[in-house]
Design a protein around this ligand. Structure first.
Ligand SMILES: [Fe+2]
Length: 202
């Protein structure tokens, strides 16, 4: 495809818009019999149907209900979530589960890009990928949390954890006291993605 036949990106006049570039790559892969469309469909299915925060919610509900599971989860997250049939990519070598308490609020971020334990807590929301969040949550964590609707008392310590390629985190929220004794399925419904990132309390 010649440069002149492509619609131009106004910010980068010599570069085609991203949609056109993706289409061109996909067409090139298809021409070579590499089945890009099928792979994209499969990926979309994984993202929308399988890599969902409901996975992490099940983990949290079980940890609240089963003290022995909770111990195993805190000792080795990756092995513990596998007990529930949940898997992680090979390169996510460690799942570190951060236990909140009434006096400690853990928060996760990826200062370099957008890494999460996505097969467990779902893909990162857009704000998690923004430079604004990635830079400010580290330096002004209490203020950023407040702006996001989580106004923590001064005596709650905030701990921010920076994800790396091989170490992924999830926050284990504090179980709301009024839910003691609830069945796991009902508890799981309380657990949100933001709670497992640590920007919200339940
Ligand atoms: Fe990242």
């Amino acid at each position: 495809m010649s440069q002149t036949s492509m619609a131009k990106d106004s910010a980068h006049p010599n570069i085609a818009p991203v949609e056109r570039r993706v289409d061109a790559i996909q067409a090139a892969l298809e021409e070579r019999g590499l089945g890009a469309a099928a792979a994209i469909e499969q990926q979309a299915h994984l993202v929308e149907e399988q890599w969902v925060p409901a996975n992490g919610a099940r983990v949290v509900a079980k940890a609240w209900s089963d003290p022995e599971f909770r111990k195993r989860l805190l000792a080795n997250g990756r092995e513990a979530v596998a007990e529930l049939g949940l898997t992680m990519p090979k390169h996510h070598r460690h799942l570190v589960v951060l236990e909140n308490t009434p006096k400690v609020q853990n928060v996760i971020c990826c200062t370099l890009c957008s890494c999460t334990a996505f097969t467990i807590i779902g893909l990162p929301p857009d704000w998690y990928k923004d430079l604004e969040y990635r830079s400010r949550i580290v330096r002004q964590s209490r203020t950023v949390l407040k702006e996001m609707g989580t106004d923590l008392p001064e005596d709650v310590e905030v701990r921010v954890w920076d994800t790396t390629a091989d170490t992924r985190y999830m926050v284990l929220p504090v179980q709301p006291p009024h839910t003691a004794g609830w069945p796991e399925e009902k508890l799981a419904q309380l657990v949100t993605r933001d709670g497992m990132i640590g920007v919200a309390r339940l």
